[in-house]
Design a protein around this ligand. Sequence first.
Ligand code: AMP
Length: 401
Amino acid sequence: MKVLVINSGSSSLKYQLYDMRDESVLAKGLVERIGMDSSILNHKPTGGQEVTEVKEILEHNTAIRKVLSMLTDPEHGVIKSIDEIQAVGHRVVHGGESFKASALVDDPAKTEIRRLFDLAPLHNPAAMMGITATENNMPGVPQVVVFDTAFHQAMPEKAYLYGIPKVLYNKYKVRRYGFHGTSHEYVSHIAAEFLGQAIEDLKIITCHIGNGGSLTAVQGGHSIDTSMGMTPLEGLMMGTRSGDLDPAIVPFVMNKEELTVNEVNSMLNKHSGLLAISGISSDMREITDGMANGDANCTLAFEMYEYRLRKYIGSYAAAMNGVDVIVFTAGVGENSVVVREKVCENLTYLGVEIDDALNAIRSGEPRLISTSQSKVKVLVIPTNEELVIARDTYRIVSELK
Ligand code: AMP
């Protein structure tokens, strides 16, 4: 079965076409600037020549049409006909409390995703545009939705409720949902497999740190706590997001600076974090380069980032009464030797000891970076959210037959 995986944003659409016989990627690509002046379609057939086209793509319907024509293009395509695509999997950010697992797209599922627009006003409508555009261009092809929140639905009440009037939960479902669930689930399973141990027996802290970042405490294979909250703003300090802060700061700053709700949201989500503290960039590469060149603001940004990350690791070790494995994944976690080194340097009280030579190795494979004496195994595991979406889609659609 060939499965097309789609991650549809408000002005972008990422895709990967999988052949599920061997889970190989046949092609992948990205449409950017949908609805803007000159949209860009970048397409990479595996083993073939990468192509970039600048076209006018005004909405998602056209974007999907262009993607399908690229996939079947005589020169750059990888399939002869779109009929070869037997299922489509979509990443949907928010599944609320309704979706505890991936689901087939049918009318009730679509109604529910629309009902959740309120909780993820930037993300869910964009995913819905992708679903509708796929339906229009590939009528009759089964579609599956895979949620960032689903893995975290196992969290107990004490972890997901906030200490605010319960009526806000009852009326509006204000609670912790957590995100990056597909990644946390994937890397925790790979970790157990890599170590040759049953996931049921392990206490794992997964650190998904990329441009956005979240940590999850995975106990017995279930998410029992995670650092992002009702929205992806809570938790770690991130590229452009503040992470945790005293909530009283929000009304205080709104009042002093006469900011609207949208302005304060934008400040906390887009103009905070590494970018705000360093004053130059949200990208960890530039922060560590700046630090190496003696830039004081970059050094402070790095120290705050690392300190907050380490405090979360400590709190999740407390939440689980111990930790067997720490996993680093995503852009920063997979690539930044210095972030891993500095975080682990101050976790010796947990029995963490990393091997500097192993930590310095770069490879796209899961690998151990702790010493043989380390009480906690420390792993670097490349995440693969698209593969999880393809697998769930394949499983759900296969069960239809
Ligand atoms: P992601 O959101 O998982 O795609 O991660 C993107 C982020 O990873 C970038 O913004 C960078 O901050 C970070 N990143 C990528 N490569 C490196 C690297 N070699 N060293 C440090 N950070 C990196």
